[in-house]
Design a protein around this ligand. Structure first.
Ligand code: NAD
Length: 338
């Protein structure tokens, strides 16, 4: 039986991937997660194939001992919230860049065993869209500390492929949404505010647009990368997105329309977040061509499923209500809760 090491498996995307691996695949799964404010121990039915390690990706000895027992490494442990990276940037570089260096180094040392090293990067590395749809050759212009830390990690992994020949594959997912996403992120913040009968807060005028990818479609893509012929994917970067964008204002409107308790709630507009990206639209032609991947979930279906999950699981999120907002200095110099 093969073993997959998943870092960050206690987070939003990692917990979906952990469930997927345990429910529909046959590998043994090791999850390594520091259980920061953003992580929870995976709540999965025990198949006898899951081993959970509460630990830090910056701990070289621990990471090496886990990589040594693995065939596939999926690395997604990171600090992930753009606004929080403006409030407190240092940890982003320590975790996202140095943590990735530790994992990549362990992969180099155990190259004889590791069949694939999948690094989860982000579309944030691109900054503002300079073309209608952004392909993998779009310039890298990260616009926030989070984005630049992830960009450093992304290029670090590429350089380890180029220098040491490790079997690295980099994916750049666009904005994910779905169940179990932390309340600090826009979609769950909108949904829970509406369920609580509180006004939605929007950064800027709501015209910033993103390509919204349902988390299960992202997991499909990660499975496709695990199963692809290595010669087709090693050293490659794959964008993962739908090719369509929606503004933050539109998303807020759709959430409000779907929750009866929110019908009379007005949106509150805040100053813009510094380093705000105005638009991201994915060109995922390469993933379609090489991985045979295409997202299956429409935005409306994904949103309905996400709203239903938050409605039914308030126990999961109730204690993190206070973390929906973070104090930052905005682009016009005001201190605001974002
Ligand atoms: P998340 O914040 O929900 O989860 C991150 C997980 O990493 C948490 O469980 C946390 O405890 C863990 N972690 C943090 N620091 C750690 C450390 N030092 N050692 C071990 N574990 C640590 O994030 P997410 O939204 O699930 O994102 C997962 C990955 O996908 C990240 O690499 C992120 O950059 C990337 N990504 C996310 C999105 C998105 O829209 N959510 C989009 C593109 C890329």
């Amino acid at each position: 039986m093969k073993t997959i090491l998943l870092t960050g498996g206690g987070g939003f995307i990692g917990s979906s991937l952990a469930n997927r691996i345990l429910q529909s695949r046959s590998e043994r799964l090791i999850v390594l997660d520091a259980l920061t404010y953003a992580g929870k121990e995976p709540a999965v039915s025990d198949t006898g194939r899951l081993e959970f390690w509460h630990g830090d990706v910056r701990n070289g000895e621990l990471v090496e001992s886990l990589v040594a027992r693995s065939d596939v490494v999926v690395h997604m442990a990171a600090e992930t919230h753009v606004t929080r990276s403006i409030f407190d940037d240092k940890l982003f570089f320590e975790t996202d860049v140095l943590g990735t260096q530790v994992v990549a180094n362990a992969v180099v040392r155990h190259q004889d065993r590791i069949e694939r090293f999948i690094h989860v990067s982000t579309s944030e590395v691109y900054g503002n869209a300079l073309s209608d749809a952004m392909d993998e050759d779009h310039p890298l212009n990260p616009m926030s500390p989070y984005a630049s830390a992830k960009c450093g990690a992304d290029r670090l992994v590429f350089s380890y492929w180029s220098t040491y020949g490790i079997p690295a594959v980099i994916v750049r997912p666009f904005n994910n949404f779905g169940p179990r996403q932390h309340l600090e992120k826009a979609v769950p913040r909108f949904i829970t505010s509406c369920l609580l009968g509180e006004p939605i807060t929007i950064h800027g005028d709501g015209s910033a647009a993103r390509d919204w990818l349902f988390v299960e479609d992202h997991c499909d893509a990660l499975e496709a990368v695990m199963d692809a012929d290595l010669s087709q994917v090693a050293g490659e970067v794959f964008n993962l997105g739908t090719g369509q964008h929606r503004t933050i204002g539109e998303v807020a409107g759709l959430v409000r329309a779907a929750i009866p308790a929110a019908a009379d709630l007005q949106a509150e507009y805040l100053s813009d977040r510094p380093g705000q990206v105005s638009r991201h639209t994915c060109d995922a032609t390469k993933a379609r061509r090489i991985l045979g991947w295409t997202p299956r979930t429409s935005f409306e279906d994904g949103l309905d499923r996400t709203i239903a999950w938050y409605r039914d699981n308030s126990d999961w999120w109730d204690s993190m209500r206070w973390m929906r907002h973070i104090p930052i200095v905005t682009s016009d110099g005001k201190r605001e809760m974002h």
